[in-house]
Write a protein that binds this ligand. Structure first.
Ligand code: SIN
Length: 291
């Protein structure tokens, strides 16, 4: 299959043209897609008209899909996945009989890494647009290789051997997860501890690994010092020079490398519908191997 690759021209992201994901891809095309993904960190594939089965088949080229995380819909007694596809998470503001059909609502989703509150965060995620609002709801990405490579020396030396606690209590839209209480003391934040620098297991490149800013904490530091350090590194990592935002059309599919990017989403009008289906690919425990 002949494909065309069009880098966004920003710090990350490329569109790949010439793929029809209703059919299985041949091994050469799969390798081209994966290499383009490794090189550009986020891939855009437009004009698709795929089923959940197609989405799951495509996801398996990258690894084993992980079951969808618990969302607001599940908390209110409704499945967070389409019937028969527990590995597909519905991301939506739409409600049925007063119950959300999916997660994240219509508000802003702050910069985050997916599932970094777990010991083994996912390695990537694939998001497919079924319904999109006329404005808002754009998804943004930030290149954490670049953020690592351009880190000022003073910050680098403070972060080199540090870990960070990744809050499990709140999701990226600010909803409290089931079974958690509001964090009032960040030294008690529940969630996995990961090194702030991470070595990508496939490319060998180093990246900043930040998770979420809310309730984050660097163990061993006084809270004010931890907050000042994290504020400085977050300001560096999310500067616009490292980012690219995508304006969605129905049929768009994005794949991101959760080991090397942060992502976020703009708010949109709750009178508009946004329905996305997402898969998440199994990953492993982050580590940092100095050069
Ligand atoms: C996500 O954070 O996984 C969803 C992003 C989006 O809704 O655009």
């Amino acid at each position: 299959m002949a494909v065309e690759i069009l880098p966004t021209g920003a710090a990350l992201g490329a569109e790949i043209r010439g793929l029809d994901l209703r059919r299985g891809l041949d091994p050469d095309s799969i390798e081209v897609v994966k290499q383009t993904w490794r090189d550009h960190l986020v891939l855009l594939i437009r004009d698709q008209d795929i089923s959940d089965a197609d989405l799951v088949r495509f996801s398996r080229y990258f690894g084993e899909p992980r079951l969808a995380p618990l969302g607001e819909a599940r908390m209110k007694g409704r499945s967070r996945s389409p019937e028969g596809y527990p590995e597909v998470a519905i991301i939506s503001n739409v409600t049925k009989d007063g119950i959300p059909i999916g997660s994240l609502g219509n508000g802003e989703a702050i910069w985050h890494t997916d599932m970094s509150y777990l010991e083994e965060p996912i390695m990537g995620a694939i998001l497919y647009a079924l319904e999109v609002p006329p404005s808002g709801g754009d998804t943004g990405f930030a290149n954490m290789y670049l953020a690592y490579e351009t880190l000022p020396d003073e910050l680098r030396s403070k972060l080199e051997d540090s870990v960070c606690v990744h809050d499990h209590s709140l999701n990226s839209a600010g909803f409290l997860r089931r079974g958690y209480e509001e964090v009032t003391d960040v030294t008690q934040t529940p969630g996995a501890r990961h090194p702030l620098f991470r070595t990508h297991p496939e490319t060998g490149r180093h990246a900043l690994f930040l998770g979420r800013r809310r309730n984050a904490y660097v163990p061993g530091l006084p809270v004010e010092e931890s907050d000042a350090l994290l504020d400085a590194v977050w300001a560096h990592a999310t500067q616009s020079a490292f980012t690219w935002h995508h304006r969605w059309q129905v049929g768009d599919l994005l794949i991101w490398d959760n080991r090397a990017v942060l992502h976020r989403r703009d708010a949109f009008d709750n009178d508009d519908r946004r329905v996305m289906h997402r898969t998440q690919i199994e990953g492993d425990r982050p580590y940092y191997k100095r050069a």
